[in-house]
Ligand binder design. Structure first.
Ligand code: SF4
Length: 316
């Protein structure tokens, strides 16, 4: 599975000062699951080392200027950013991790300097990041800094794995029945993000207007990508856990019931991480061989070794 990464985050010495910004989580953990495709628009046109650049407010416009010599490099940087963004489609990426704060790669809150000695404001977006966002609004995107937040990290990686899954699924030339199966397997994962989104997807699958399958699949793809870009919440997840519990509550003892319900409550109260409850639910799912639950992506959304649900901070 390929993801794009700002090259300096991989340890490549492509920063303006000839250094790198290696990110440990990316190079140590994510490297086991992804093939990285490095991008550095600045290095292509300015080489390394080079003069630093920054975003500068000029009237209504935001320009890119060199920091010391004050040269306007907006056009060059914008052209190369467009070129690099076009490359993403050819590289068939499932997501992109961008370097924060950069006037080229920063996704949000990049410093914008004022021409008249006024203080800078954190309100900009890097030129390359802007191109990616505009060209691929549904591609999973995050900055390396935000991935230190367990909640954003879990949501982002779940999004990437689901993103890859739907594109693989669509390549298999699926039938309507296949679409129903695919949709069913995402029921609880999407419910944990938004009930409305799952309902909307359900209406597309039901295809009351009897449209050609090709159109249904295209509409489903867009709505699915929108749904997986939403963030999950503790309260939605809590409801899902109770739902799943409902499948075997009549099959287990009073003590077992009490134990599961206590775990679900402890998850809600941020005492134990979600993985503990999931382990329990998976155990009963296997014990009673409940096929409907066995295929639910919510219970196994990505390789468990990523351990993204092993902290209480992964849910808000
Ligand atoms: S932030 Fe982007 S443009 Fe700057 S060095 Fe890193 S990859 Fe290159």
């Amino acid at each position: 599975m390929k993801i794009g990464v700002s090259s300096c985050l991989l340890g490549n010495m492509c920063r303006y000062d000839g250094a790198h910004s290696k990110d440990q989580f990316i190079v140590s953990t994510l490297k086991n699951y992804f093939e990285f495709v490095p991008y550095c628009p600045e290095k292509i046109i300015f080489s390394t080392p080079r003069e630093a650049i920054r975003l500068v407010q000029e009237g209504e416009d935001i320009k890119v200027m060199t920091s010391n010599t004050n040269k306007d490099v907006t056009k060059e940087l914008s052209d190369i950013s467009k070129k690099c963004a076009n490359q993403i489609q050819e590289d068939e990426l499932c997501g992109f991790i961008l370097k924060s704060k950069s006037p080229t790669c920063g996704l949000e809150r990049v410093k914008v300097y004022q021409n008249q000695n006024a203080p800078s404001e954190k309100k900009g977006i890097g030129l390359f990041a802007k191109e990616i966002k505009e060209k691929y609004p549904l591609l999973p995107l995050e900055e390396e800094g935000r991935l230190n937040d367990a909640w954003l990290r879990e949501n982002f990686l779940m999004q990437i794995f689901s993103y890859k899954h739907i594109f693989e699924f669509l390549k298999t030339n699926p039938s309507s029945k296949d679409l129903v199966e695919f949709h069913t397997s995402y029921k609880y994962l999407i419910y944990a993000k938004s009930h409305e989104a799952y309902k909307h997807l359900g209406n597309i699958v039901a295809n009351h207007q009897k449209r050609e399958l090709e159109f249904v699949l295209e509409e489903y793809k867009v709505a699915f990508l929108e749904a997986i870009s939403l963030k999950g919440s503790i309260s939605n997840t809590y409801n899902i856990l109770l739902h799943i519990f409902g499948y075997f509550k009549k099959l287990i003892t009073k003590e077992e019931k009490a134990e599961i319900l206590e775990s679900i409550d402890e998850f809600k109260d941020e005492i134990i991480p979600l993985i503990v409850v999931i382990k329990l639910l998976n155990l009963y799912t296997k014990r009673f061989d409940i096929q409907y639950l066995k295929v639910q992506k919510f219970l196994n959304p990505y390789p468990k070794e990523l351990a993204l649900r092993s902290t209480v901070k992964a849910y808000k």
